[in-house]
Design a protein around this ligand. Structure first.
Ligand SMILES: NC(=O)c1ccc[n+]([C@@H]2O[C@H](COP(=O)([O-])OP(=O)(O)OC[C@H]3O[C@@H](n4cnc5c(N)ncnc54)[C@H](OP(=O)(O)O)[C@@H]3O)[C@@H](O)[C@H]2O)c1
Length: 341
């Protein structure tokens, strides 16, 4: 009954708007959102909306394109719109070095605490564990975003590698697949990922450990623009030249080793400047570093098997670093890589 009433109301609204010749983009899109919300049950009938004229269609396409290219973070929904048209959370959990039960428990703890972005890879030997935690969580699949990666030793047989990832994860589809590093056959492997997108097996694709030079060479050789580039980023290795370059292409940036990586976290978390800023806000050093990333438009995936840390790493949205504080952390850059790639 309620549905029928809305249906009639929407019909009247559509007629009124087309009579007024309305061409305001947002109104047009609101209208179509409403139309979707009142989609009648299968079998019932409704009047088909009139075909949009050329100009309206173009405006709508432009609006959709602009939305896809707006890679700024939404701090309300804690998500970013990827150029693939899918939304991705801006904070998550990384699973490098977490295997077996430790991985299942860590991902489960993260999901229980509201984390919806999980980063794994063929090379982490834990795709099965990540898939198990996702399946057992009881959370609707669509609400969780899983990233995995193909390693260069898989590039010669990318189709088989994609199938292997799908099989190991066993979560129906992969939200994002990245090439883990540049390597022989990377363009062909990427083209195979493009085919997996067309086949509905993978939703978005991207790259990891690609910098300006590598991107300039790579981008003209592929058809689907990467939605994400995942690179090493922390206060001692900031990539301040690379981040804006990637973002200027409408590609979202994600940082690995946000806390410096295992073996390096103590120095970073005890850094005098970061500790001082943390004390001012009543937050931990880890939270300040993660927030600094978010305010630079960098998605964070800290790794942890400690539920207290996992919880702490979600509490990033109740404080804001000032420009001066951002500047002080930016000044800590030493160009100090904590891994070879
Ligand atoms: N694409 C690539 O080439 C690449 C390379 C490396 C990593 N990655 C990805 O990036 C993710 C992040 O890197 P990572 O996990 O190696 O390093 P990380 O996030 O920089 O640091 C992880 C370390 O930080 C500790 N930690 C986490 N939260 C903390 C907190 N709130 N307070 C204090 N300590 C905390 C963890 O210990 P506890 O377990 O005790 O919390 C762990 O020892 C990886 O898991 C992986 O998914 C990608």
């Amino acid at each position: 009954m309620n549905r029928l009433f809305h249906l009639m109301l929407a019909g009247l609204l559509i007629t009124a708007l087309s009579a007024c010749g309305t061409r305001i983009g947002t109104e047009q899109s609101d209208q179509s959102e409403n139309a979707e919300a009142i989609e009648p049950a299968a079998g019932s009938q409704r009047e088909e909306p009139a075909e949009p004229d050329g100009e309206t269609k173009r405006a709508k396409e432009q609006e959709e394109q602009a939305m896809k290219e707006d890679s700024s973070f939404n701090f309300e929904t804690k998500t970013v719109m990827l150029n693939s048209g899918y939304e991705m959370p801006i904070y998550g959990i990384g699973t490098y070095s977490l295997t077996g039960e430790v991985c299942v428990d860590s991902v489960t703890a993260a999901l229980e605490r509201g984390v919806r972005l999980i980063d794994t890879a063929y090379m982490y030997h834990n795709e099965e564990s990540v898939g198990q935690a996702v399946r057992n969580s009881g959370i609707p699949r669509e609400e969780i975003f899983v990233i995995t990666k193909l390693y260069p030793n898989q590039f010669s047989q990318p189709e088989a590698a994609i199938e292997e990832a799908l099989q190991k994860l066993d979560i129906a589809y992969i939200d994002m697949m990245l090439l883990h590093h540049p390597g022989t056959g990377d363009v062909e492997a990427y083209l195979a990922m493009e085919q997996a997108v067309a086949d509905g097996k993978v939703r978005s694709i991207g790259l990891s450990n690609w910098y300006v030079e590598e991107l300039e060479e790579f981008l003209p050789q592929v058809n689907i623009k990467p939605a994400l580039v995942q690179n090493e980023i922390h206060p001692y290795y900031q990539e301040n030249d690379v981040i804006p370059y990637i973002q200027s292409h409408g590609i979202v940036v994600q940082g690995w080793y946000p806390l410096g990586g295992r073996g390096y976290t103590a120095e970073l978390l005890n850094d005098e400047v970061i500790s001082e800023i943390a004390a001012v806000h009543g937050k931990s050093s880890a939270q300040v570093i993660l927030r600094w990333n978010l305010q630079k438009g960098v998605v964070v995936i800290p790794g942890s098997s400690n539920p207290d840390h996992i919880q702490e790493n979600t509490e990033l949205f109740d404080f804001v670093l000032t420009e001066e504080e951002m500047g002080r952390i930016n000044a800590l850059d030493r160009g100090e890589k904590h891994d070879w790639y």
